[in-house]
Design a protein around this ligand. Structure first.
Ligand code: SAM
Length: 302
């Protein structure tokens, strides 16, 4: 009984909302019942809430009868607003940071303000809860022992292919976030880089009414979506190279940058043209795509 009392006391102590502290508060990814007791308590007790989209968060707060000062903190004001948040925290206020859904700082704003606070010696605590990536991984039926989170792939084609060529030999299970209007394009690109037989789980609208998990291969997914329109939010869980039995004995030893890859062959005595042809083949991209990537690298350097 005594130890139960002291455990309850410890929890109450830990759950106190302290001044001068930033709280990263996870919110539901679709199902409002997934909010935690501690998240509600922190939202109620913090001096102010910083939200990615104040209208969205206002709906959440209204649902739970919480009335609190709300300020916006998003991709386009994160520098100036981050400084304001850090200043208020330094003056002794407490702030709850929330994003539109899930765990703040994971493929949404938050990372920078956490760094700002860490650098300024401001305490940051987490109030954990739903996260789309981890939920989808758990549902995938693929290996969860080792995984790599890739978040959103770049939307520009050259940058996207460059990223895919970098992770071509990845042996861990890979997690991607994707929007419905880009799904088929991304499945096509994944299939080009990883092969149609590679297994994939597509988790859609998790915790919502139309929740669906499709466990298939990249070819199977492309064929499924040739007959229906992708709808809702997706997490894609892609099997790693090892599990697929690809290149088991000889790990991918190509240089990570395209320019270094081409240079490697030039140093070995090839002409630039042949080196580009060979590097393009190794990386599973066309010569013209590799040219584009090399040129965009050059532009970025100038
Ligand atoms: N920080 C959030 C998290 O960790 O859960 C993710 C924010 S990110 C801006 C939004 C992306 O997460 C969506 O485009 C989608 O890929 C994924 N996502 C969020 N909610 C989801 C859901 N209910 N079902 C499937 N994917 C979801």
């Amino acid at each position: 009984m005594g130890s139960e009392k002291s455990a309850a006391h410890d929890a109450a102590e830990k759950n106190r909302t302290e001044g001068g502290t930033l709280y990263l508060v996870a919110t539901p990814i679709g199902n409002l019942s997934d909010i935690t007791e501690r998240a509600l308590k922190t939202l109620r007790e913090a001096d102010f809430i910083a939200a990615e989209d104040t209208r969205n968060t206002l709906r959440l707060l209204t649902h739970f009868g919480i009335h609190k000062e709300l300020i916006s903190y998003h991709e386009h004001n994160k520098e100036s607003r981050g400084a304001v948040i850090a200043e208020r925290l330094s003056a002794g206020e407490s702030c709850a940071l929330v994003t539109d859904a899930g765990m703040p700082a994971i493929s949404d704003p938050g990372e920078d303000v956490v760094r700002l606070c860490a650098d300024a010696g401001i305490p940051v605590h987490v109030v954990p809860g739903p996260c789309a990536a981890v939920s989808a991984l758990a549902l995938s039926a693929l290996s969860t022992a080792r995984f790599a989170f890739e978040g959103f792939l770049p939307s520009a084609s050259a940058a996207k292919k460059r990223r895919l060529s970098e992770i071509r030999g990845e042996r861990r299970t890979i997690i991607f976030y994707e929007a419905p209007h880009r799904l088929v394009r991304t499945l096509t690109d994944l299939s080009e880089f990883f092969g149609g037989d590679r297994r994939i789980s597509l988790c859609r609208e998790l915790t919502k009414l139309n929740e669906e998990t499709i466990r298939t291969t990249l070819s199977g997914a492309l064929s499924y979506y040739s007959e229906r329109e992708p709808r809702g939010e997706y997490v894609l869980i892609l099997e790693g190279a090892d599990e697929a039995g690809v290149d088991r004995e000889t790990p991918c030893e190509y240089p990570s940058s395209e320019a270094e890859h081409v240079d490697m062959y030039i140093r070995a005595g090839m002409s630039r043209m042949d080196a580009i042809k060979r590097a393009a083949k190794d990386r599973g991209v066309s010569k013209s795509e590799l040219y584009k990537i090399l040129n965009s690298d050059k532009d970025a350097e100038n």
